[in-house]
Design a protein around this ligand. Structure first.
Ligand code: FAD
Length: 375
């Protein structure tokens, strides 16, 4: 396969690059106040949407442009190259809604998801159900034309800013655990929803505990059939783990260039260990890039994402964490004494990459099954 741009893709890339240069909010990565950062993310989402850059590969009838996934990848890549704010991640949630939703649900939820008018969070994990998600204990009991939800979710990213939640809850405790789960689309402003932000090691509260106490959810807001929650969750995470996003590579390369520059400034480029670590970091990035491109090619040719997304997730976590670790080695005390800043926070932000979206060990289990290795 030829991975170079077609003439149409090259023209799109050039227009996009011009648009990004004019529209990336100046100083966005210096905003420290979490509320201001959340407002900036929302407004960036709307700006991209108004320019037609959100959901380009979605079907036209749901507000997309019906383009191939290559265009989303070009956007990711150019946004990464030009240090744009993170792009809105509407793809996997949208995929679940347009695969399993009723026509009314698609009309109700997809346009506002795409435009950024409504922000979503993902309420899957619980205190005792992360890797073993199917053990979740939050219940949804049918009561007339409503379900009544009780339980606790954990690590709900962006829960404090979200308007709606895609929630998994047990609707049938009598059947095997994977079969008794259903999926719901629930407004976070329903009475009985309590959100408590969790501050992680980087000092940011990007994720939350969410308590669900007698929350009433109309039956019409169940996504898919009763008991179909597990299948929906697996579709969602397959797209989430997908060819990660190719923009990560561009951001990774920029960070690697900065780390190399810091090593040069400290006279470390002659040190064999540093040279070896920098070379390894480069190779890790290239291996991940080729893996992403291969998966993108499979996606463009119509294949659904499958367990191979676990390979990208594993490579991504390894590349990101190793690079941040190398930056710490090179900086020594300079970050603590204020010669450089921001690297410690990036280091801590890289730590949970091997946990969210499924831990590294779980990805290895999935890859082992894919390879047919003995259990
Ligand atoms: C920053 C952050 C954001 C997150 N955002 C969200 C979100 O928005 N929505 C959401 O629903 N969840 C979210 N999560 C939750 C995430 O998906 C879980 O943390 C993850 O699946 C691991 O579950 P756990 O934390 O319960 O750890 P556990 O499942 O308790 O695992 C603990 C350790 O045991 C290992 N382990 C467990 N089982 C096995 C096994 N079978 N084989 C080998 N090793 C195993 C794990 O790899 C891990 O090292 C987020 C997590 C973090 C840290």
């Amino acid at each position: 396969m030829d991975y170079r741009d077609t003439p149409e893709e090259a023209a799109f890339r050039a227009t996009l690059r011009g648009w990004l240069t004019e529209n990336i909010p100046a100083g966005w990565d210096k905003v420290e106040d979490p509320e201001a950062a959340a407002r900036l993310r929302r407004s960036w989402h709307r700006t991209l949407y108004q320019a037609g850059y959100v959901g380009m590969s979605w079907p036209v009838e749901y507000g997309g442009r019906g383009l191939s996934a290559t265009y989303d990848a070009i956007l990711n890549e150019e946004a990464g190259n030009l240090n744009a704010p993170p792009l809105p991640s509407v793809g996997y949630l949208g995929r679940a809604i347009f695969t399993y939703g009723s026509e009314e649900q698609k009309q109700q939820f997809l346009p506002s998801l795409l435009s950024g008018e409504v922000q979503w969070c993902q309420g899957f994990s619980e205190p005792e159900a992360g890797s073993d998600l199917a053990s979740l204990r939050t219940t949804a009991k049918l009561d007339g034309d409503h379900y009544v939800v009780n339980g606790q979710k954990m690590w709900t990213s962006g829960g404090q800013y979200a308007d709606w939640c895609m929630l998994l809850a047990r609707t049938d405790p009598e059947v095997p655990k994977h079969k008794g789960i259903s999926c719901f689309l629930v407004s976070m402003s329903e009475p009985g929803v309590t959100v408590r932000p969790i501050v992680i090691a980087s000092g940011e509260a990007e994720t939350c505990e969410v308590f669900w106490d007698e929350v009433r959810v109309p039956v019409a807001q169940r996504l898919g059939e009763p008991g179909e929650g597990w299948r929906i969750a697996m579709t969602t995470v397959a797209y989430e783990r997908g060819p990660a996003d190719i923009g990560f590579i561009a951001t990774y390369r920029r960070t690697l260039a900065k780390v190399e520059r810091m090593a040069a400034e400290r006279g470390l480029l002659d040190r064999p260990e540093t040279r070896k670590q920098l070379a390894r970091a480069y190779v890790r990035g290239e291996v991940l890039r080729l893996n992403c491109v291969e998966q993108l090619a499979a996606r463009v040719s119509g294949q659904q994402p499958g367990p191979e997304g676990s390979v990208a997730k594993l490579l991504w976590a390894d590349a990101e964490q190793s690079l941040q670790h190398l930056a710490m080695d090179i900086l020594g005390a300079d970050e603590l004494t204020g010669v450089e800043s921001g690297w410690l926070s990036s280091y801590f932000t890289s730590r949970p990459v091997s946990v969210y979206g499924g831990s590294a060990q779980i990805q290895k289990n999935i890859i082992a099954r894919m390879l047919g290795l003995p259990r």
